[in-house]
Design a protein around this ligand. Structure first.
Ligand code: 0X9
Ligand code: ZN
Length: 575
């Protein structure tokens, strides 16, 4: 019935032979603008299209609207035909930085900066629309949720992945900036820092920087907003409305006293597992990039060589937390989760612990990542307050956590195995550039003790071996060359090692040297790398400019030689 009424109402538009050319001229007087005209069905879609063809900029069939350049008369006519007409919001000027917190990007600025990363490095970065915020989903403005994917696209094949969510809780100011600054660090240091270079060549980093943009806008206005802004919960205008996205994930949802059924509570779990569009976006994306590596029984462990790391970044409390949050039982992969947790906590100097040690939580992100998919999943609680001052973020939170995140990206291939092995520290080459054929000394320190032991003691062993690889890393079946202990024996948990790299077989150009160590338990630790520049061998190749200089010298030498010794020829000795 409604369809018929609309068809009748819009008919006059067609009958009048509505001319957009005339309308566009009119618009100079009346003022024109971009509008979205929503169509309820295909018939109306096509009628509007025909009537406004000349003014049509695009048709979005997915969301059901045409974007038109329309003047006020057009708008009146379209509305009279029963159609919904919304003014199109242009990109507009970027909103100013948060007052008092100039180091934190707004939701809009985060998007702009992510797009700038993609524009500056399109072969390394892409932006993926993974879903909508609640307000977007409900036609109230809102935002798309975007994942920034970072990897060197020219190197193909399946790669290990680190996935991060930031800003899930709106008021936790430092979290989204950390995601963005980590992204910028990776892109800026590619080709400069050998570790960053191999991480992006051989691994992937995926970041959902603004996981709760509707809520974040409330927090940007100064409110201590935590949840999303779902108006169906509590009451539409209440500042306590919304669902706690960190209680809305489908694993263990609603169990064990780890969330609230009170819609106005700060830890309201939502009406059903994964009821919120933001949760659906994260869950859907994680399922699309990670294989399911864990059985469904509570006691099922993921295999030791399971792949993938997930970090959900929150604040505050200076904590590194791992599953479970819903039970005091340790997870089937609990020991390995703890090992990586303590190693991450060594990097950022945070307190490592099983999540329930804080308080019971159910339907949280990390229990989902591990419980549902078997991924090594963590929650970081950054800093000491929600609205953290910029100097604390810039001087401490950012540098400390960059190291933790780089480590997580490095070990994402086998997060349940690699972290128990030693780290490479102080890696250096005697010379960063050598002529081909000239051997170069390599020195490094291997350290099996890099765990934060403030909450229990991680077992440590002596180093038992160390090796280097040229260009082809261990995981690509490169050939490991042994390094030796400086003091002649591998017998301590921290060992200085050395070796000499022959360069006679290397091509001229830049090479990457990978180093790793093993402990007595048999665990190979994370790989670290340095660049080595190999220059042309001395005396064989000379640039054209030097060639000319040498030629002049040779001619002069020949002349002088003839003068002083008439019987000698160049290259021949007269007896
Ligand atoms: O309560 C939360 O969701 C987290 N704290 S916050 O201040 N950022 O809100 C702690 C979650 C701890 N539990 C799990 N990580 N499972
Ligand atoms: Zn939080």
């Amino acid at each position: 019935m409604r369809k018929l009424v609309l068809a009748l109402l819009i008919a006059p538009l067609l009958a009048t032979g509505f001319s957009i050319a005339a309308s566009a001229q009119d618009s100079k007087e009346t003022g024109s603008g971009l509008v979205r005209v929503y169509f309820p069905d295909r018939e109306i879609r096509n009628k509007v299209l025909i009537s406004f063809e000349a003014a049509l900029l695009l048709t979005n069939d997915e969301e059901g609207y045409h974007l038109l350049e329309a003047d006020s008369e057009d708008v009146v006519r379209l509305k009279a035909a029963g159609l919904r007409v919304d003014a199109e919001k242009g990109p507009g000027p970027p909103s100013p930085r948060l007052p008092g917190f100039p180091c934190y990007e707004t939701v809009e600025e985060t998007r702009i900066e992510a797009e700038a990363i993609v524009a500056s490095a399109p072969d390394m970065a892409s932006l993926i629309d993974v879903g909508d915020s609640w307000e977007k989903d409900n036609g109230l403005g809102g935002y798309d949720l975007h994942v920034l994917k970072l990897t060197n696209q020219s190197i193909g094949g399946a790669k290990p992945k680190l996935f991060m969510t930031c800003g899930l809780h709106a008021r936790e100011y430092t979290t989204s900036p950390l995601c963005l600054d980590f992204s910028n660090h990776l892109i800026d240091r590619y080709g400069v820092d050998a570790d960053v270079t191999w991480i992006l060549d051989h691994h992937e980093v995926h970041l959902l920087m603004q996981a709760n943009p509707d809520g974040r806008k409330q927090a940007e206005a100064g409110l201590y907003w935590r949840k999303n802004t779902n108006q169906n919960y509590c009451s539409p205008g209440s500042q306590n409305r919304g669902a706690d996205l960190n209680r809305n994930f489908p694993f263990g949802w609603g169990c064990c006293g780890g969330s609230s059924s009170n819609q106005c509570a700060s830890d309201y779990r939502g009406s059903a597992p994964e009821s919120e569009p933001e949760t659906q976006a994260v869950v859907g994306y994680m399922r699309s990039i990670f294989p399911d590596q864990r059985g469904s029984a509570a006691s099922d462990a993921a295999p030791d060589d399971a792949t993938g790391v997930y970090i959900d970044v929150h604040s505050y409390g200076e904590l590194v937390l791992w599953p479970w949050g819903y039970t005091v039982n340790s997870a089937p992969n609990g020991a390995a989760l703890q090992t990586l947790g303590r190693k991450l906590a060594h990097a950022n100097q945070y307190w490592p612990g099983q999540a329930i040690g804080l308080y019971p939580t159910s339907g949280a992100t990390d229990d989902f990542g591990y419980g549902d998919l078997g991924i090594a999943s963590y929650t970081f609680e950054l800093g000491t307050t929600f609205f953290q001052q910029c100097d604390v973020y810039e001087d401490t939170i950012l540098p400390d956590n960059l190291n933790a995140l780089l480590y997580a990206a490095k070990v994402s291939r086998t997060p349940y195995q690699t972290p128990s092995g030693p780290d490479v520290t102080l890696l250096s080459l005697e010379s960063v550039a050598v002529a081909r054929g000239v051997p170069v000394g390599l020195s490094a320190t291997l350290d099996d003790t890099r765990f934060n032991n403030v909450n229990g003691l991680e077992p440590v062993q002596a180093i038992s071996a160390a090796e280097y690889y040229v260009d082809i890393p261990p995981w690509s079946a490169g050939i490991g060359m042994p390094l030796s202990a400086d003091d002649g024996a591998f017998d301590t948990s921290v060992e200085a090692v050395q070796g000499t790299l022959g360069t006679g077989e290397l091509s001229v150009g830049r090479h990457i040297i990978f180093v790793r160590g093993r402990d007595e338990a048999g665990s190979w630790g994370a790989t670290s790398a340095v660049f080595l520049q190999v220059d042309p061998p001395i005396g064989v190749w000379v640039s054209p400019w030097w060639g000319r200089v040498l030629f002049v010298f040779a001619v002069l030498a020949l002349g002088i030689g003839r003068l002083s010794s008439p019987g000698s020829l160049l290259g021949k000795t007269r007896f």
